[in-house]
Design a protein around this ligand. Structure first.
Ligand code: ADE
Ligand code: ZN
Length: 339
């Protein structure tokens, strides 16, 4: 209806989208065949019988970990640069259709390097899709390299070193930041101070998933110990009034993912999210899709779901769009074209 068209036309920035989270069951079966990767035996895991049965499985996750188990298994079919490019292109096409003008996309290098895929192959494929989105859609795009927090900090350090020495953080590269994702509890941010310190020394931006399942101390650690400039999810910030005031006054952007929070049972329904409280407290946030294939669609579905639940005014929507432009890691020149 009317509001839907308005939200579609609103110039949007996306900051919380895992490119591997665009790997649909259809792509999974296609690439498994192309790359001769064995999927689980349907006799033991009936959900891997067909595209349809796997889609049905993705409709009911019990928790973050339950989702991650499916997600990491799916990634095993990605092999060459063309596979990564196709995956990212799927994202950029859908994002463009939803009215995204600027995207900063996460990727998980360790999910691929641990299978013997070179970091360069992953980045090459993702960057090719980004360049195409810039040329064909006029989007601006960049990449955020995430460390997997369920792996030891030594692996994160090695990943950072490999990225630095292979030019992945060079001036003309798309990779502008590091992030931290995967199973949140019991892997608190303080475990990753080393690679974050190194990233800061390299002049790389910093963000981390915190306060999705973890309590507000995870957000506190991400800010104080990892020197994060943004917080991914940050849902549980609403439980700590002092920290909420600090985040508002420092203009730390939360990258919220409403549908993800429902699918992973962080909340029962969208209306239970602290959207109204964040607006009232002046906490800046953007709305994002997280893992679109798994959590009910791309960014516009998230905007529309929030509108259904909170009936925000046009002015409130404009202020959300403004905060998401201000919180983007882009040049002043690009920023001024987005307003
Ligand atoms: N990896 C992909 N999506 C994630 C999420 N929502 N939380 C943690 N790690 C993730
Ligand atoms: Zn995420």
């Amino acid at each position: 209806h009317e509001m839907h068209a308005f939200l579609r036309a609103l110039p949007k920035c996306e900051h919380h989208i895992h490119l591997e989270g665009c790997l649909s069951p259809a792509i999974l079966f296609h690439l498994a065949k192309k790359n001769s990767i064995a999927l689980p035996d349907p006799a033991l895991r009936p959900e891997y019988t067909s595209v349809k049965t796997l889609e049905q499985r993705y409709e009911k996750f019990e928790s973050l970990q339950d989702f991650l188990d499916c997600h990491y298994l799916a990634m095993s079919v990605l092999m060459d640069a063309a596979d990564f490019e196709m995956l990212a292109w799927t994202y950029y096409e859908n994002a463009h259709a939803d009215g995204v003008h600027h995207a900063e996309a996460f990727f998980d290098p360790q999910s691929h390097t641990t299978r013997g895929i070179p970091l360069e192959t992953v980045v090459q494929g993702y960057e090719a899709a980004g360049r195409r989105a810039e040329a064909e859609f006029g989007m601006s795009t960049s990449l955020i390299l995430c460390f997997l927090r369920h792996l030891p900090v030594e692996s994160a350090n090695e990943t950072l070193q490999a990225a630095a020495s292979s030019g992945v953080f060079s001036k003309d590269s798309s990779v502008i930041a590091v992030g931290l994702d995967s199973s949140e509890v019991p892997f608190p941010p303080h475990l990753f101070q080393d690679p974050y310190k190194q990233a800061k020394n390299l002049g790389i931006h910093r963000t981390a998933h915190a306060g999705e399942e973890g309590d507000p101390s995870y957000i506190r650690q991400a800010l104080d110990l990892l020197d994060c400039e943004r917080i991914d999810h940050g849902l549980r910030l609403a439980e700590d009034a002092d920290l909420m005031r600090e985040v508002a006054s420092r203009k730390i952007l939360l990258t919220l993912c409403p549908l993800s929070n429902v699918y992973l049972r962080c909340v029962d329904k969208i209306a239970d999210l602290p959207i109204r409280r964040f607006l009232d407290a002046g906490v800046p946030f953007s709305l994002n899709s997280d893992d679109p294939v798994y959590f009910g669609g791309y960014i516009l579905n998230n905007y529309c779901a929030v509108q259904e639940a909170f009936n925000l005014s046009v002015e409130e929507w404009r202020s959300i769009a403004r905060a998401s432009i201000e919180g983007s890691w882009i040049s002043q020149k690009r920023r001024s074209t987005l307003f």
